[in-house]
Write a protein that binds this ligand. Structure first.
Ligand code: GTP
Ligand code: MG
Length: 137
């Protein structure tokens, strides 16, 4: 597929990094097919990250993801899922490559600035979680 799904997480929106992050995403060749600024409840964050429900950090993750506004977007580019994960860098910013979004903007493994889908299948599921047919093209 040529699509992925992203969120700019509450740490990055609250520090004023939204514009800089979107600029890098666009300059890397991704086009925006849908986008919204919103805020998740803890219940909604738990549904989005349901796959991590049994992990020890689940409570921290849903509290953080519902702590402030996020930007959700569907992105299009050839090889979108893999190329986007390369652009954002490793989950832990301490291990992220120079120049990646997480290296530049993330503070810790928990508060790591951006989300990127990990498969074509999850990109569709996650895009559908946030956007109706009317809101994407
Ligand atoms: P996403 O793009 O957000 O899915 O990150 P990822 O695919 O690089 O990592 P993964 O799916 O394994 O984990 C999902 C999210 O859970 C991470 O982005 C972190 O925000 C959070 N997370 C992962 N590991 C830890 C951890 O050890 N502690 C805390 N507090 N959060 C974690
Ligand atoms: Mg993930």
């Amino acid at each position: 597929s040529n699509r992925t799904f992203t969120m700019i997480k509450p740490d990055a929106t609250s520090k004023g990094h939204t514009g800089a992050i979107l600029d890098q995403i666009i300059k890397a060749g991704f086009s925006i097919k849908a986008m919204k600024w919103t805020r998740l409840t803890t219940e909604q964050a738990g549904l989005f990250y349901d796959i991590h429900r049994e992990r020890p950090f689940f409570g921290e993750l849903v509290d953080f993801m519902s702590s402030g506004p996020i930007v959700a977007a569907i992105l299009e580019k050839d090889n979108a899922v893999a190329d986007f994960r390369k652009l954002i860098g490793a989950t832990n910013p301490a291990q992220a490559e120079e120049g990646t979004i997480r290296k530049q903007f993330a503070a810790s493994v928990g508060e790591n600035a951006v989300h990127g889908s990990d498969s074509d299948e999850n990109a569709v599921i996650e895009g559908d979680f946030f956007f109706s047919k009317l809101e994407r093209y």
